[in-house]
Design a protein around this ligand. Structure first.
Ligand code: PRP
Length: 217
């Protein structure tokens, strides 16, 4: 790597970034400044190791990585699948485990079974479309929402939702259940394809350090 070049990381803001920083710390990649919860700064440097970290909205992380504004990104697999950017997914970091599921009231189970034309509300329209059209060969109407997706079936917007289920308590408290499981999810490390070539040595070292210390796969 060139002397003046920083290996740049885009991290999804919030809980995922906190866990990533802990994990990187265990692998000897630290950045003290970023741990300050009160700071409004967005970019943090580790001058000694020539590392740069920035915090971004989750769905923007694959965008920064595809365009090379970041060499490496850490984000949930849900976002990697939904954004479908030209990036390499190199590592499962093993935290942030949850599932992408089709959920709804009991009454929606039959509609799914009989491949009825139903309305599907989701923050993840691409994942929902891929699942229903390409895997299930079922024609549905997909309605994009930006959060609190469980409201969909409760207020009559949709018959089912496609959403993340972690503990299942949001579903339970709202009288909904998992009807079909689409795929397991967890935090992933993604890499820009050009960086993977140009910074191969430092990226490989990082991946190996994370595998050694934390058993990522
Ligand atoms: C996510 C997801 C579910 C909930 C699942 O929402 O969309 O609503 O967490 O977690 P649980 O199974 O442990 O209850 P998030 O909190 O990210 O907010 P959102 O509804 O605004 O997307």
């Amino acid at each position: 790597m060139r002397e003046d070049r920083y290996l740049t990381f885009a991290l999804a803001k919030g809980r995922l970034a906190e866990k990533t920083i802990d994990l990187f710390g265990q692998a000897g990649i630290s950045c003290e400044e970023i741990k300050d919860k009160k700071t409004r700064k967005l970019i943090f440097l580790n001058e000694q190791r020539k590392l740069k970290f920035f915090l971004a909205k989750g769905p923007d992380v694959p965008t920064y990585v595809e365009y090379g504004a970041a060499d490496i990104g850490v984000v949930g697999r849900d976002t990697v699948l939904e954004e479908n950017r030209n990036v390499y997914e190199v590592l499962d970091l093993g935290f942030g485990k949850c599932r992408m599921c089709v959920c709804g009231p009991d009454s929606a189970a039959d509609l799914l079974k009989h491949h009825e034309r139903i309305r599907v509300a989701s923050k993840y329209p691409n994942i929902a479309k891929d699942y229903f059209y390409n895997k299930k060969h079922q024609t549905v109407d997909i309605i994009k929402l930006n959060g609190s997706v469980e409201l969909g079936p409760l207020v009559g917007l949709s018959e089912v939702i496609v959403d993340i289920v972690e503990t299942g308590s949001t579903l339970h408290e709202n009288g909904l259940k998992v009807l079909e499981e689409i795929c397991p999810l967890s935090a992933r490390m993604i890499v820009n394809p050009v960086s993977m070539q140009m910074e191969r040595v430092s990226i490989r070292e990082l991946i190996n350090a994370l595998i050694d210390k934390n058993g990522c796969s």
